[in-house]
Structures are given as C-alpha cells and as structure tokens.
Ligand binder design. Sequence first.
Ligand SMILES: Nc1nc2c(c(=O)[nH]1)N[C@@H](CN(C=O)c1ccc(C(=O)N[C@@H](CCC(=O)O)C(=O)O)cc1)CN2
Ligand SMILES: NCC(=O)N[C@@H]1O[C@H](COP(=O)([O-])[O-])[C@@H](O)[C@H]1O
Length: 182
Amino acid sequence: MTAAQSDAYPARIAAVGVDRDCDAARHAHSASIPHFRIGLRDHADRDAWDAALTEAVLEHEPDLVVTAGFMKILGPRFLDAFAGRIINTHPALLPAFPGAHAVEDALAYGVKLTGSTVHLVDAGVDTGPVLAQEAVPVHPDDDRSSLHERIKTVERRLLVDVVAAVATRGVVSDGRKAHIQP
Ligand SMILES: Nc1nc2c(c(=O)[nH]1)N[C@@H](CN(C=O)c1ccc(C(=O)N[C@@H](CCC(=O)O)C(=O)O)cc1)CN2
Ligand SMILES: NCC(=O)N[C@@H]1O[C@H](COP(=O)([O-])[O-])[C@@H](O)[C@H]1O
C-alpha cells in the first residue's frame, strides 16, 4: 500500500493522469488506482487536448490536482475548471529557472544552490504562488542526472507533506502570496 493510499495519509489519490507512456501509469495500475492517458498527439490540436484532459480529470471529481513531472503546459479550459486547486512541483527555486529544463539551466548558470518548489498553478508557467521551497546544494562534480536525483529526493517528501497540509488545513491566497493555514 503506497503511503499516499494508506489510512494514515489525509488524502486519497482519486486517479492518475498521464500524457505519455510512463512509470506513473504503471505504478497506478500496480496500486489499483484508476489511471488514464490523454496524449497530445491523439487530438486534433492543443485546444482539443486541453478539453479532453479537463473532461478526463473532472470525471474523478478531485478536490486537488497535483502535477508532478507532467511536462505539458495546462490550457485555459483546464485552468478554469480547477482554478486555485492545482499544485505543481518544480525542480528549482522559482522564480529562478522556470520551464521544462530547470535542472540543466541551473547547472549551466553555475548556481551553488538550487532546490525544489511546490506552488499553486496559475495562468502563467511556473508563476503561481509559492507554497513551499527547500534548497538543494549543487556539488562541483554534479551533472544533470546527479543533481536532479538529489532534488527529487527532496521534492518527493516536500510534495507529499504539502499535499497533506493543504488537504487538512487549506490555503489562504492573497495575490502573489499563498500560505497553508497553520
Ligand atoms: N499552465 C501551467 N501548466 C503547467 C505548469 C504551470 O505552472 N502552468 N507547470 C507545469 C510543470 N512544468 C514545470 O514545473 C512545466 C512543464 C512543461 C513545460 C513546457 O514548456 N512544456 C512544453 C513541452 C515540453 C516537452 O514536451 O518536453 C509544452 O507544453 O509545450 C513548462 C513547465 C505543468 N503544467
Ligand atoms: N517543469 C516541470 C519539471 O521539470 N518537473 C520535474 O520532472 C521530474 C519528474 O521526475 P520523475 O520522472 O522521476 O517523476 C521532477 O523532478 C519534477 O519536478
């Protein structure tokens, strides 16, 4: 039984959605969690994909949507349907290094400290209010893989903790600022 599906965890995974063949779908299947794939290439255009993804997620009536390694920019229909209820994990200390290549960008820049950010998703890309961050040092001999794995160790814990806190205590948003209720 995964931690997220145990009675001790204050949230239940309603379903897992992917846009491509990946381990997330296999993990869901192994855990008997409903899962679906909405691939961009299976739809006429980005808008049709956005609509199909929105409908597929709505079917499971989630209280929260969590994107983790979901490498597609969510469209306006999806953002409207789940406004204020989408949490993303990003492998950098936003606003530094947004986008799909955060770890490579941090290495290329030569920062000594990067990290993990868990944030609310808004209409921008990686611009939503920050819920939690944790720093991860960059080692001189790091490559993309070694640094990313060190970040993942932090973000997997941080994301699980933030989702539990949001699920039990809720979030107060004030413009750019968001705080998990004490
Ligand atoms: N509307 C939003 N959608 C998503 C956000 C967000 O903040 N706003 N966060 C992402 C996750 N993410 C960074 O944490 C991210 C993922 C992917 C991209 C991106 O440029 N994707 C390209 C395709 C890249 C690829 O397929 O390799 C694209 O969608 O065209 C940027 C940021 C989840 N969605
Ligand atoms: N900008 C989005 C982004 O870079 N997301 C990142 O993809 C990785 C997926 O790891 P995984 O394949 O081991 O689950 C995670 O580090 C996640 O933060």
